[in-house]
Design a binder for this molecule. Sequence first.
Ligand SMILES: [Zn+2]
Length: 254
Amino acid sequence: MLEIVPLRAFKDNYVWTLRDARVAAVVDPGDARPVLDYLASENLRLVAILATHHHQDHVGGIAELLQEYPVPVYGPRGEPITTLTHPIRGGDKVVLKELDVSFEVLDIPGHTRAHIAYYGANMLFCGDTLFACGCGRVFEGTARQLHESLEKLTALPEQTRVYCGHEYTLANIAFAKAVEPDNAALLEREASDSQLRRDNRPTLPSTIGREKATNPFLRLNRPAVIQSANKYLGRRISDPAGIFAALREWKNQF
Ligand SMILES: [Zn+2]
């Protein structure tokens, strides 16, 4: 039976580990150490590595893992990741037969030029594109690209579990409250996620439904979101792409 385990790396990264009783695959191993320790302690054999984008805190541990486990490495073919054995892009399929699970690859550029996500079995591994109650920064793409990528993700079924690359949730909620102070679902989320963090537990996975109810970057047509973005900009706009760009810029300074 497939289980998803978060392994912590660096300050706030998660290396998502898919496992059964014997084998495991990891998503975005920025650091090999926590993965090697976990595999050893659980007596698991690594069978695959999946990468969402080329940032070092997501791929930096791959070379060391390959020394012990020469496994297939899947990742975006449009990004400079020297350890990839299987460069892939949107529309491709990744089959992990040892774990009896397969994923559809989605192109979601914006944070980086060719960022991809893995979607399958009611799960989404989306790296640094969609975060719980927030989204990634625009480093290599454009705000318009990132907006379109997030729209692609919000079209997935609401019960889809969302596994993001970082534990940024409480800081994101603080910003979301500045945008939408009267969103009751957001205030409930703040209470429950704050409790999880006090218990030293991850706030992830989220779900697409939960994000649609609380994440301001997915709520660009809401009057309160438009009003707050207009206040930040000091002028009146209402097109979703413009509202998105305003929120992204505001969040960078928040
Ligand atoms: Zn990144």
